[in-house]
Design a protein around this ligand. Structure first.
Ligand code: PEP
Ligand code: MG
Length: 579
């Protein structure tokens, strides 16, 4: 038995088998085949294609009712591609012409094909590149008899253990089977952590050497509360964790009674508690979870599915449904925040040296204006179906904000000229997540209807720490005096101009941060729906006056650790929850 320590990234405990997810490289050996063996190689190809298709059909059956529309579309597209005679004939022709083995024919002809697609001016064709790569992997896996399992098709419930998984892997992973995640990479606010929380999958990230220490199929405990990972636990440890699971279940049950209550202190300060959602399907639960609306819809997870990116009608249908399901409560949709660790399949050549400081968020939308306009058109068209708010991510300068607002105004005028009925008064706000914007918050407050603080990025950029890099995870310090001052600056600037200020970064879901934000006068907190009842309980069990006093006490302290310890000591026994 060995216990490793990591970063608790998504709460919950799971005990199960490890599935080591390695980005396997397939080495293809190329060899000549005698003319009389060509038929044999073609038959091997037939079988590999058929098996690959069957795997995908099975995936659909096993996940029926669970897959999102985007996921089933992806699987259907791959099945179609595997059945496409043109695609197959390219491989056959290559095999016959060069008289090589089936593996080499697949590998080289798909590589050539991808090369042609990447030079094409047809964007749809370009967008298929990642699909062809995926299919090539599948077919080669069959030909080489390698079980190239990926996270979309798992045989049994497991804990995924890996160096890292990209948000794009996480989107399509089989959520019925992935019951825990342990990664060497990552931090609390990495997007993989955010997705794990959205799906309620316990996760511990930043665990050193986990791939060397865990064996395939070994038993593993993922403790997403304490950040512990136990490999090959003994009986006593398993029993202790089972007891822990039961205790947490009881706490969760006791928190249920807060779900439908409002988050209001006894001395009358109301904080609106909203949900962050990454996938449109999550809206189904939102009403039941007693939220005051959706404070952040991270639209990039929708747009990372190729079919939606440039399709106004498809996006319109999703936004319309979101707004209708919200039953009159407001839904804040953040425009595409791509870049950093969230890439579109067609994101240039992906060779940025510092992607987190690079072509992200509004910077991307202002250069790729077709995408931006398409999204804004779909949003404004949907605006008549509910209470929409639009928010721009990663604004660093006034010029960016003004340009984005100008485009939004143009979109509104064009739609009206075209005869669409739209809500012209959709509140447009901005994320406060780049220090340059925060430091000029008073100026920005003149131009927007609301601020939403993206503390994940604000901490990343203020502390100069990559939020997905476990080595610098210690610099994720929400209570660092610099961060507290920036938070206060935004809230004060919002108050002065009488615009609402929300926090939609992960600190909104942290009880101690929520108290501090309450004391600073925050209007809204938006978080993963799982944290809503906890934060409601916290707000209902502190007084606004007391929270203000707490803020006054900590603002003069000179060190984040001291502040954190002070808060912990002050509130540790107050709420009956793990702080
Ligand atoms: C943030 O930066 O805090 C935020 C909410 O946006 P994201 O986590 O998607 O970058
Ligand atoms: Mg952000």
């Amino acid at each position: 038995m060995e216990t490793l320590k990591g970063i608790p990234a998504s709460p919950g405990i799971y005990i199960g088998k490890a599935f080591l997810y390695l980005e396997e490289k397939i080495n293809i050996t190329r060899y000549k085949v005698e003319p009389d063996r060509i038929k044999n190689e073609l038959e091997r190809l037939d079988k590999a294609f058929e098996d690959a298709r069957n795997d995908l059909e099975n995936l659909k059956v096993v996940n029926s009712g669970i897959m999102t529309s985007g996921e089933s579309f992806l699987v259907d597209t791959h099945i179609m591609m595997l059945s496409d005679p043109d695609f197959r004939s390219k491989i056959d022709k290559y095999l016959k012409k060069y008289k090589v083995n089936a593996e080499a024919a697949v590998f080289t002809s798909i590589k050539e094909y991808i090369g042609e697609l990447s030079l094409s001016s047809n964007t749809y064709a370009k967008e298929r590149i990642s699909d062809f790569r995926d299919i090539a992997r599948r077919v080669l896996g069959k030909l080489t008899s390698r079980c190239l399992r990926n996270l979309t098709s798992l045989n049994e419930e497991c804990v995924v253990v890996s160096r890292d998984i990209l948000p794009s892997d996480a989107i399509v992973m089989d959520k019925t089977k992935v019951k825990g995640i342990v990664l060497e990479a990552g931090g609390r606010t990495s997007h993989t952590a955010i997705i794990a929380r959205a799906f309620g999958i316990p996760a511990v990230l930043g665990v050193p050497d986990i791939l060397q220490k865990a064996n395939r199929d070994c038993t593993i405990i993922v403790d997403g509360y304490g950040g512990n990972v136990v490999i090959d636990p003994d009986k006593a440890t398993i029993e202790a964790y089972i007891e822990n699971i039961e205790k947490n279940h009881e706490i969760a049950q006791s928190l249920r009674r807060y779900i439908q209550k409002v988050a209001q202190t006894d001395d009358g300060r109301r904080v609106f508690i909203k949900a962050n959602i990454e996938f449109p399907e999550e809206i189904e639960n939102v009403e039941a979870l007693g939220t005051d609306g959706v404070g952040l819809f991270r639209s990039e997870f929708l747009l990372m599915q190729n079919e939606y990116q440039k399709d106004e009608e498809k996006q319109f249908a999703v936004y319309k449904k979101l707004l209708e399901r919200a039953n009159g409560q407001s839904v804040t949709v953040r425009t595409l925040d791509i870049g950093g660790d969230k890439m579109l399949a067609d994101h240039g050549d992906n060779s940025e040296r510092n992607p987190l400081l690079g072509w992200r968020g509004i910077r991307y939308s202002l250069t790729e204006q077709d995408l931006f306009i398409c999204q804004l058109r779909a949003l404004y068209r949907a605006s008549v179906y509910g209470s929409l708010k639009i928010m721009f991510p990663m604004i660093a300068t006034m010029e960016e904000l003004e340009e984005a607002l100008k485009i939004a105004a143009q979109v509104r005028s064009s739609l009206m000229e075209e005869g669409y009925k739209i809500n012209e008064d959709v509140p447009v706000g901005m994320m406060m997540e780049v220090p340059s914007a925060v430091l000029a918050a008073d100026a920005f407050a003149e131009k927007v209807a609301f601020f939403s603080i993206g503390s994940n990025d604000l901490i990343q950029y203020t502390m100069a720490m990559d939020r997905g890099n476990e080595r610098v995870a210690y610099l994720y310090q929400p209570f660092n005096p610099a961060i507290l001052r920036l938070l206060k600056m935004v809230i004060d600037a919002g108050k002065k101009r009488d615009i609402s200020v929300s926090v939609c970064g992960e600190i909104a879901a942290d009880p101690l941060s929520a108290i501090v934000l309450l004391g600073m006068g925050i209007d809204e907190l938006s978080m993963s729906s799982q944290s809503i009842s906890v934060i409601k309980k916290v707000i209902r069990n502190v007084l606004y006056t007391e929270a203000k006093e707490t803020v006054a006490e900590i603002m003069d302290m000179d060190n984040g650790t001291k502040i954190y310890n002070y808060l912990r000591t002050k509130y540790n026994d107050r709420f009956g929850i793990y702080l």
